[in-house]
Design a protein around this ligand. Structure first.
Ligand SMILES: [Zn+2]
Length: 177
């Protein structure tokens, strides 16, 4: 398939496949943005993918060596806001790292979210090195694993955070954007 967009080391082909530094990744653009974002922006949705964050995701995929899913709306599923979240959605916290392109939620059919978190915490220097800074506590992410790149005071360690509350963007704020 021919490359239709290139940006910061990421490229995209006409089948929606993403490449990192010219190497085929395991991810599709339709998996990393919401349906609305993709319908609004098409191939330009590549600009909503951060190079370092995609590289991190691919290295997580490499570590586990198993298929993982971010969004699945493209194949008829209901998962739609587990990658980049625009200000048009009220899903999740107002300042979630998803809004800054630096967070992904994923799951694997063959491994539970708890087992994924266990593996990350058992290999913290590796995950720190590939860019993971925080994961969300299992009480708040029962069936998926949230990873993000938000800076912490930690070195070579992964911070497990519990959201204080899920701040929804108010209708008023939405209209003022
Ligand atoms: Zn998340």
């Amino acid at each position: 398939m021919g490359i239709v967009r290139k940006h910061n080391g990421i490229s995209l082909d006409a089948s929606h496949r993403l490449y990192i530094d010219g190497v085929r990744s395991n991810f599709w653009i339709t998996e990393l943005v919401s349906k609305k974002t993709f319908l609004n922006h098409g191939f330009n949705s590549i600009y909503f993918v951060d190079y370092e964050a995609l590289l991190m995701l691919q290295k997580i995929r490499g570590f586990f060596g198993k298929p993982m899913t971010v969004n699945d709306w493209w194949s008829g599923g209901h998962l739609n806001q587990r990658g980049y979240r625009s200000d048009l959605t009220t899903v999740g916290a107002k300042n979630s790292q998803h809004r800054y392109r630096l967070a992904y939620d994923f799951s694997m059919k063959s491994l539970s979210a708890d087992k994924i978190r266990e593996a990350i915490l058992a290999n913290q220097p590796f995950f720190y090195k590939i860019g993971v800074r925080r994961i969300e506590h299992g009480d708040y992410a029962p069936t998926w694993c949230h990873v993000d790149m938000k800076d912490t005071q930690l070195h070579n360690a992964i911070y497990v955070f519990k959201p204080r509350r899920t701040t929804q963007i108010s209708q008023e704020e939405r209209w003022s954007i």
